[in-house]
Design a protein around this ligand. Structure first.
Ligand code: HEM
Length: 326
């Protein structure tokens, strides 16, 4: 990781998030949280996986210059956005669900609720609606005026990452080893592509061999799902109960059935292993620690100026006067 990226991360992790608080919209848009939950409910009835896909947006937004909805900006002639960054291209999905939430909110309370807060509320709702914990979110974020594909490329971890790398990365964001393992429990719902596991099935660490940590029967299943000539966009479940937010993910890791290398390594690495063991036996503790860690991740702020976007995909247009002033 370059010094510049490190400084940029440290800056985000230490920037004040003092203005974030529960009930931020209680006067300006009292129905905001209800509206978000209703749209999420409908989306997940239509397509259960959309819950997982929306929840993942919080991670990919907050780690890159804070939770500011920079991730949602489409590319423009002058700006390469984050949607096509290495970890996001052909992978992040359900942006249209966020659009639906925004549309519903704009009808009730125009230009009031930020897209950054929508990601935070919708992620919480996705977990709660999948059978996981529910928690009070802090709100009051602003939407960024720009996005950075380069920062996303430099920061977001690859599925090949090992636990020691992930511990260091999360530490830069003030997230502990426990937070890392709890947050990885998000992989209790959703799917990943063959693209993300080909190396561990056929050439782990350049050995020409599979990752020895994969349990043999599970490996056979993955080999069938992802043969060498497969379309790399074919997807497999991240745990054995991919529509239910539970501690099955951790039970799977203990039995060598983690889908991603970055998942299984949490069990093979001593510093993270003990948390995997605890969560595999104690779903209530997992739920408590997960909610806490999501709130902590939601506190990441860049400290840069922002706005309330009218459309989450683009910054608000500025009048000539404002442009001349700035
Ligand atoms: C610890 C480091 C992490 C790594 C290396 C990682 C990597 C990945 C990868 C490679 C995929 C599959 C993408 C694909 O194949 O297209 C994935 C899916 C997913 N990730 Fe992570 N992830 C991490 C942490 C997180 C966190 C902190 C969250 C949320 C709190 C999260 C939420 C999800 C969800 C819900 C999915 C499934 C999405 C869907 O079905 O559309 N991940 N992750």
């Amino acid at each position: 990781m370059s010094l510049l990226v490190l400084l940029c991360i440290l800056n985000i992790a230490t920037a004040t998030a003092a203005h974030l608080r529960p009930g931020f919209y209680s006067e300006s848009c009292p129905e905001a949280e209800l509206i978000v939950r209703e749209v999420m409910k409908k989306a997940m009835i239509k397509e259960p996986r959309s819950g997982a896909s929306v929840m993942r947006l919080q991670f990919h937004d907050c780690f890159v210059n804070g939770c500011d909805a920079s991730l949602l900006l489409d590319d423009t002639p002058n700006m390469l956005g984050e949607k096509l960054a290495l970890s996001n291209i052909n992978s992040l999905r359900s942006f249209e669900v966020i659009d639906q939430v925004k549309e519903a909110l704009e009808k009730s309370c125009p230009e009031t609720v930020s897209c950054a807060d929508i990601i935070i509320m919708a992620s919480r709702d996705a977990v709660a609606l999948s059978g996981g914990p529910d928690w009070e979110v802090k709100l009051g974020r602003k939407d960024s005026l720009t996005a950075s594909q380069e920062d996303s490329n430099n920061i977001m971890p690859s599925p090949r990452s090992n636990a020691s790398f992930l511990v260091d990365l999360f530490n830069q964001f003030n997230l502990s080893v426990k937070d890392l393992v709890a947050l990885s429990g998000s992989h209790s719902i959703g799917q990943g592509r063959c693209f993300s596991i080909m190396f561990r099935l056929y050439n782990q660490s350049g050995t020409g061999r599979p990752d020895p940590a994969i349990e043999p029967k599970y490996r056979n299943r993955l080999n069938k799902l992802c043969p060498l000539n497969v379309d790399q966009n074919v997807t497999g479940d991240l745990d054995a109960t991919p529509e239910i937010f539970d501690n099955q993910y951790f039970k799977d890791l203990v039995s060598g059935r983690g889908f991603l290398n970055s998942d299984e390594t949490l069990f093979t690495y001593p510093r993270t292993r003990k948390f995997v063991q605890v969560y595999s036996n104690d779903q209530i503790k997992f739920f408590k620690d997960f909610a806490k860690a999501m709130i902590k991740m939601g506190d990441l702020q860049s400290g840069r100026p922002g706005e309330i976007r009218r459309n989450c995909r683009m910054v608000n247009s500025r009048s000539v006067d404002t442009l001349l002033e700035s």
